[in-house]
Write a protein that binds this ligand. Structure first.
Ligand SMILES: *[C@@H]1O[C@H](CO)[C@@H](O)[C@H](O)[C@H]1NC(C)=O
Ligand SMILES: *[C@@H]1O[C@H](CO)[C@@H](O)[C@H](O)[C@H]1NC(C)=O
Ligand SMILES: *[C@@H]1O[C@H](CO)[C@@H](O)[C@H](O)[C@H]1NC(C)=O
Ligand SMILES: *[C@@H]1O[C@H](CO)[C@@H](O)[C@H](O)[C@H]1NC(C)=O
Ligand SMILES: *[C@@H]1O[C@H](CO)[C@@H](O)[C@H](O)[C@H]1NC(C)=O
Ligand SMILES: *[C@@H]1O[C@H](CO)[C@@H](O)[C@H](O)[C@H]1NC(C)=O
Ligand SMILES: *[C@@H]1O[C@H](CO)[C@@H](O)[C@H](O)[C@H]1NC(C)=O
Length: 453
């Protein structure tokens, strides 16, 4: 007995002396097993024979789970596991696509795990996403990127992951609906579920995810309306629902998205709502992509409230009416404006030339008319990204045909304006324009002079 006490004191004395707690043997062994199951070609136990909290492969992160004090060395546990070589700056253990003995149940051995990350790991052998629901409730980040053979659907028990801040599942074969329990993940800040095979509707109670900043459901098979609850996510910065089967109109609650910077609703089945006026209440918006929906309605003129916008994608919306010149007046940060394949009419506003950062302007396949009003400087800056084909009534001033079509071959296909198209002759109050003010009256005077002679 005395010997046991002595040994115990002696051992704890050593531990206090170098004050380095070691990883418990269960987690140490489990890390080896996970590594071996993901890549059996690398001799992990030989390369990293010591305590994995003092020397571990990149991607295996250990940390204190009880803080050391004078009398207690504290405890350490595995906090993060990242697998799949990303880059030389992020050389996680590489995954062997042919590994056959991967068992996600290993992850139930890490009760303090905060981050689990897989990049390009499940590419051939099917692995079910459900098994990962056994990961402890401390998990804050669950990330799967480019794992095409990860399959199955998220189970309702995802709601047990109450600490989850980031859920990223992108480029997988995961399918099914978003489980109802999703609405209980009240610490969630990012839900990126793009490029999978998810389907079904988005539950109304996403509105409970008050901390959500990123909701990206793009490239899936989601359907139904955007739930009104989405409008309650007032911290949302990015809302990407593109490339799905969403339909109907847009809930007016979306005007509550006061922090939103990126709105991408393109390529869905939204219909006949026009572009709602309340979109202009999202005053922080930088990117607005609505392309590929049959929205119809007239071109909006709410740009004075959206001055920070730097990208507009309005292709194929069935938009009617004139392009509002206020875009050129207010959106000084605009870099691209795509309005192709609509039913826009009237002139191309000269004001667009004021957009000094604009490097893409697509007006293809509309019904625009009149003279293309741009200067050679503007045309060379935008270069080939200026597209105007498919507007039969649009024309080019005779004097610029040669130089413009050298810069951009597309412009050579425009017809040459009839003289009457020249605004010098069409403008009623010519004398208020200083540069042109002399020419026209003098021409008129000459004309009258000849007439009366
Ligand atoms: C995986 O196995 C296939 C055939 O079973 C083989 O062609 C391929 O080279 C293997 N890949 C690796 C990275 O070992
Ligand atoms: C994805 O899952 C479906 C069945 O759900 C299967 O037919 C298909 O082969 C899977 N694709 C990949 C790449 O694993
Ligand atoms: C997860 O939550 C479900 C209820 O949704 C519960 O029945 C289950 O026991 C929990 N599972 C774990 C592993 O904690
Ligand atoms: C969320 O709503 C769905 C129905 O849309 C329901 O099945 C689920 O139980 C709800 N979840 C919570 C946590 O309220
Ligand atoms: C344009 O962008 C700059 C730099 O990002 C920013 O400082 C400025 O506020 C933006 N202008 C508007 C009108 O939002
Ligand atoms: C549209 O533009 C044309 C010519 O560019 C103009 O005559 C017409 O009044 C404009 N319509 C509207 C609604 O502004
Ligand atoms: C284009 O506009 C003209 C009037 O400017 C109209 O007569 C014509 O029908 C329109 N064409 C299309 C395809 O909308």
């Amino acid at each position: 007995m005395a010997i046991f006490v002595f040994i115990f004191l002696f051992m704890s004395g050593i531990v206090i002396a170098d004050s380095q707690p070691v990883l418990n043997s269960v987690e140490q062994e489990s890390v080896y097993r996970v590594l071996e199951s993901l890549n059996s070609d690398i001799p992990w136990r030989t390369l990293f024979p010591d305590d994995l909290c003092s020397s571990a492969p990149h991607g295996v992160v250990c940390g204190y789970t009880t803080i050391p004090t004078d009398t207690d060395p504290g405890t350490v546990n595995i906090l993060e596991l990242s697998f799949g070589y990303v880059s030389d700056n992020n050389p996680n253990p590489p995954c062997d696509p042919n590994s056959t003995n991967f068992d996600p149940f290993f992850f139930s051995s890490f009760p303090y795990l905060r981050k689990l990350f897989f990049y390009n790991c499940f590419t051939q052998r099917p692995v079910s996403v459900q098994a990962f629901s056994l990961v402890g409730s401390d998990l804050e980040e669950l990330v799967f990127i480019e794992n095409p053979s990860l399959f199955g659907s998220l189970s309702d028990s995802i709601s047990n992951m109450t600490s989850l801040r980031r859920l990223v599942i992108t480029g997988t074969n995961v399918s099914g609906e978003i489980p109802g329990g999703f609405g209980l993940l009240e610490n969630l800040e990012e839900a990126t579920l793009s490029r999978n095979r998810f389907a079904g509707t988005v539950p109304e109670n996403v509105s409970k995810l008050k901390k959500l900043k990123i909701l990206d459901l793009s490239h899936n098979g989601f359907e139904g309306n955007i739930p009104a609850g989405v409008g309650e996510l007032e911290n949302l910065i990015k809302l990407d629902l593109s490339m799905n089967l969403f339909c109907g109109g847009f809930p007016a609650s979306m005007k509550g998205l006061k922090s939103l910077e990126l709105l991408d609703l393109s390529y869905n089945r939204f219909s006949n709502s026009g572009i709602p006026l309340f979109f202009s209440e999202m005053s922080k918006l930088k990117v607005m992509h609505l392309s590929g929906n049959g929205l119809g309605g007239v071109f909006p003129d709410f740009w004075g409230k959206l001055r920070g916008i730097n990208g507009i994608g309005f292709s194929g919306l069935g938009l009617l009416g004139n392009i509002s010149s206020s875009i050129g007046v207010f959106l000084s940060n605009l870099t691209y404006l795509t309005l192709d394949n609509n039913k826009l009419t009237g002139r191309v506003p000269l004001e667009l030339e004021r957009l000094e950062l604009l490097n893409e302007l697509n007006l293809k396949n509309n019904n625009l008319s009149g003279r293309l009003p741009f200067s050679a400087k503007f045309v060379s800056r935008v270069g080939r990204k200026l597209e105007v084909q498919g507007n039969p009534e649009l024309c080019l001033d005779k004097r610029v045909v040669r130089s413009f079509s050298k810069i951009n071959r597309n412009l050579g296909h425009l017809k040459v304006c009839k003289v009457v198209e020249n605004p010098k002759f069409a403008l009623p109050r010519i004398s208020s324009s200083r540069s042109n003010g002399y020419q026209v009256p003098s021409l008129l005077v000459m004309f009258l002079w000849f007439f009366f002679m």
